[in-house]
Design a protein around this ligand. Structure first.
Ligand code: SF4
Ligand code: SF4
Length: 292
């Protein structure tokens, strides 16, 4: 079957994951452990322990074994009612509701949508954990007469090493990179990782004219873009003027653990941050349309 990707979800049409209308592939697995994650079941890979199988009220899960006796949880999507009992049962906070796709299978899906989309975006989880698949997929798209007009974008937490970015760069049209906080300590508190590599990715992508968007997550009282406004504005202003600066408002709905105690970012708080960035000369700001 060749190289395969483990995919949590595919959306045939999105207009918020890069330019124009896009097919978006959400990969399973992430190397951050963000307290604010709205979909924590995309973080870990399922190890087919089988614990969730009996909990499924629709009998949509089963445990099989291959010739070597290795267990494999099968998800029967036609029976699934999306009750999410399996997600709350899983001791790893993973999901049995993933699918594996080879590059030819993914190309077939893309071809079904090709007349309705401007490109594809790989997202997650953290898409770049499955970089070899992404490179093969992007390469195949760029080398196909009927698909080569599609732009290929990556939505990432920016933790990918510089030499790995270089491998995908020839086939990459642009990237959207999250910056979860300015100070190391705050970034580590929110994500469990520091942000040195995120800044290195932003620098590299900007230099190569592949940075489409930087995304700043505003968590009032937790993230530090407002308290570090001078430094943040200076940094954003030295990026190419074409880079979109997208402000994301933290919303408590759907998060777990400690983040349930954090206050949601209101439209007023977001407007205040945007106004301060504008006063400091930052342009190309994109604000959220919806506050839950
Ligand atoms: S969401 Fe999970 S538990 Fe619920 S029906 Fe689907 S597979 Fe079963
Ligand atoms: S989803 Fe979780 S509980 Fe279910 S088989 Fe995978 S690791 Fe085990």
């Amino acid at each position: 079957m060749g190289r395969v990707a483990t995919v949590n979800n595919i959306i045939n049409f999105s207009c918020v994951d890069g330019p124009g209308s896009r097919l978006v592939i959400f990969m399973q697995g992430c190397n951050f452990n963000c307290k604010n994650c709205h979909n924590p079941y995309t973080i870990d890979m399922c190890d087919s322990c089988g614990d969730c199988v009996a909990s499924c009220p629709a009998s949509a899960l089963s445990l099989t074994h291959n010739a070597q006796g290795k267990p494999k949880v099968e998800w029967h999507s036609e029976l699934c009612t999306q009750c999410d009992t399996c997600l709350s049962t899983c001791p790893k906070q993973s999901s049995p509701k993933t699918r594996q796709y080879s590059v030819p299978q993914m190309l077939a899906l893309i071809r079904k949508q090709v007349f309705f989309i401007n490109g594809i975006t790989v997202s997650g989880g953290e898409a770049t954990l499955q970089l070899p698949f992404i490179i093969e997929l992007f390469q195949a798209i760029k080398n196909s007469d009927d698909l080569s007009h599609l732009s290929c974008m990556i939505d990432s937490n920016g933790y990918l090493a510089t030499n790995a970015w270089q491998q995908v760069m020839p086939y990459l049209d642009g990237a959207m990179i999250d910056l979860k906080s300015w100070q190391q300590q705050t970034h580590r508190y929110i994500t469990n990782r520091d942000n040195h590599r995120v800044f290195a990715s932003l620098k590299l992508l900007a230099e190569q004219d592949k940075l489409y968007e930087i995304r700043l997550l505003h968590i009032p009282g937790v993230s530090d873009f407002d308290s570090e406004i001078d430094a943040v504005a200076s940094y954003l202003k030295q990026l190419p003027a074409s880079v979109r600066v997208k402000l994301n408002a933290f919303q408590q709905h759907g998060v777990t653990g400690e983040a349930r105690l954090w206050e949601s970012c209101t439209e007023q708080q977001m407007q205040t941050l945007a106004a301060r960035l504008t006063e400091h000369g930052v342009g190309n700001l994109i604000l959220p349309n919806v506050y839950l």
